[in-house]
Design a protein around this ligand. Structure first.
Ligand SMILES: [Fe+2]
Ligand SMILES: [Fe+2]
Length: 294
């Protein structure tokens, strides 16, 4: 069983070309942060890098691909459309699972209009429809006879851009607890996807303004199961090995950030061992812009 985990691809438009009428205060503040902190430069060719990774995924022929949120930089309609188009060669429910990140919820319009869900609806349907709550999570994808992939939503509309913590919440955690014990799921290798990080690279919880507020509860729920937890949000790539009280935890970092492009290639061996290696994609040759409709 072969998996690929990527995250935080942050496809972005050229913000100078976005008409002023499409700016609300949230996007204006968020853009100041995104551009001011030079993140825009670091993701200048995110779309080209994503296309390169998709090309490599087709060559590697995994059983399933996990993408743990932040598909866009500022939740602009065109960013979603470009990300979706880049993923199209692998965008089949049996091959790709995606979940939203905080950047995919940046504005009230993106949140209320469920922009992420509109663009990825076919990849968010649950194979066991009894478990998703009012917002559609947790959903589960049953892959072949060996793998179950569970998608959670840890995002919310931030009071102000920059406050980027998240939580799974009681409703989703209760549904997850029942789902983990479902006879159709419990004997499979279970991959749980959440955007926010329960642990930082150091192994300690991420800071309160940025982390997963109920990450400790989530880790304890998954401990002792044949299970891996996959997240993004912290733009570093790391693997915390399972110890008593928590499962293996993977952060795919940002797969498209300039100088740090990459993803996890993971194999579950017939003897039950998990092996994983970090892959660095071949650099895309030229900038591939995401056009804005005026
Ligand atoms: Fe991110
Ligand atoms: Fe994030």
């Amino acid at each position: 069983m072969r998996l690929i985990h990527l995250s935080d691809v942050h496809v972005q438009i050229d913000y100078a070309s976005l008409p002023l009428r499409r700016y609300g205060w949230r996007r204006a503040v968020a853009q100041l942060e995104w551009v001011g902190l030079r993140r825009a430069q670091r993701f200048h060719n995110a779309l080209g890098a994503l296309k390169q990774i998709v090309h490599e995924i087709q060559e590697l022929r995994p059983d399933h691909v996990l993408l743990t949120g932040d598909l866009t930089a500022l939740a602009v309609e065109e960013e979603f459309a470009c990300a979706r188009a880049a993923l199209e060669p692998i965008a089949r429910p049996g091959l790709l699972t995606v979940i939203p990140g905080n950047h995919d919820r940046y504005t009230s319009h993106a949140m209320a209009g469920r922009r992420f869900e509109r663009h990825f609806a076919d990849l968010l349907r649950s194979d066991l429809p009894a478990y998703p709550g009012s917002r559609g999570y947790p959903f589960v994808r049953l892959v072949g006879g060996e793998l179950a992939v569970i998608g959670l939503d840890s995002t919310r509309l931030a009071p102000v851009p920059g406050l980027s913590f998240g939580s799974v919440g009681g409703e989703q955690r209760r549904a997850l607890a029942r789902l983990l014990d479902d006879p159709a799921v419990r004997d499979r290798w279970i991959c749980v996807l959440v955007h926010h990080a329960p642990l930082h690279r150091s192994g300690r919880p991420d800071r309160v303004s940025h982390g997963l507020l109920d990450g400790g509860e989530l880790l304890r729920m998954l401990a002792g199961r044949r299970c891996t937890l996959h997240h993004g949000h912290v733009h570093h790539r790391f693997w915390h090995r399972a110890v008593p009280g928590r499962p293996d935890v993977f952060d795919a970092g940002s797969s498209t950030e300039r100088g740090h492009e990459g993803y996890w290639l993971m194999d579950l061996l017939p003897d039950g061992r998990l092996v994983a290696e970090e892959r660095t994609p071949r650099t895309p040759p030229q900038v591939d812009p995401c056009p804005v409709t005026r």
